[in-house]
Design a binder for this molecule. Structure first.
Ligand SMILES: [Ca+2]
Ligand SMILES: [Ca+2]
Length: 151
């Protein structure tokens, strides 16, 4: 009897209630992690970058240890995008909506662009992180990301 009461079902945990007021106010009650919420409203990378550019960028670093962030950003066309578009890409890469790209998210960087891509090696992940992490807090903020891509 007690077991069913502990079940984690959609009926019992709808996860998210959004109340849209008559005006511009949105009252959002979050029951789960904030990342769950942001995922639903995120745009996709292919709405910002051309699919064939993404494909060639991912192909270029197929071999382990061949990832070069500068080349990747150039090939996928990100370096030609506006600061706002770069920020949009940042928000997509920040998978859990924490406001930062953590090392764990950075590892799966290529897979955000192409689901079949490889994960970055530890060495590549660390090099990528330290190239962007100007304030040395071990994660990449939106401004750090913009600086890395656009400068
Ligand atoms: Ca994050
Ligand atoms: Ca940082």
């Amino acid at each position: 009897m007690g077991e069913s009461g502990r079940a984690f079902t959609h009926e019992k945990c709808p996860g998210l209630w959004v109340f849209l007021g008559a005006g511009s106010k949105n009252l959002i009650h979050r029951q789960h992690r904030p990342g769950e919420l942001f995922k639903r409203f995120k745009m996709s990378l292919t709405s910002i970058l051309a699919a064939d550019a993404i494909e060639s960028a991912v192909k270029d670093c197929q071999a382990p240890e061949s990832f070069c962030y500068k080349k990747f950003f150039q090939l996928c066309g990100l370096t030609k995008k506006s600061p706002q578009e770069v920020k949009d890409v940042f928000r997509i890469l920040d998978n859990d909506g924490s406001g930062f790209i953590e090392e764990e998210e950075l590892k799966f960087f290529l897979q955000r662009f192409s689901p079949g891509a490889r994960v970055l090696t530890d060495k590549e992940t660390k090099a990528f992180l330290s190239a962007a992490d100007d304030d040395n807090d071990g994660r990449i903020g939106a401004e750090e990301f913009q600086t890395m891509v656009l400068s």
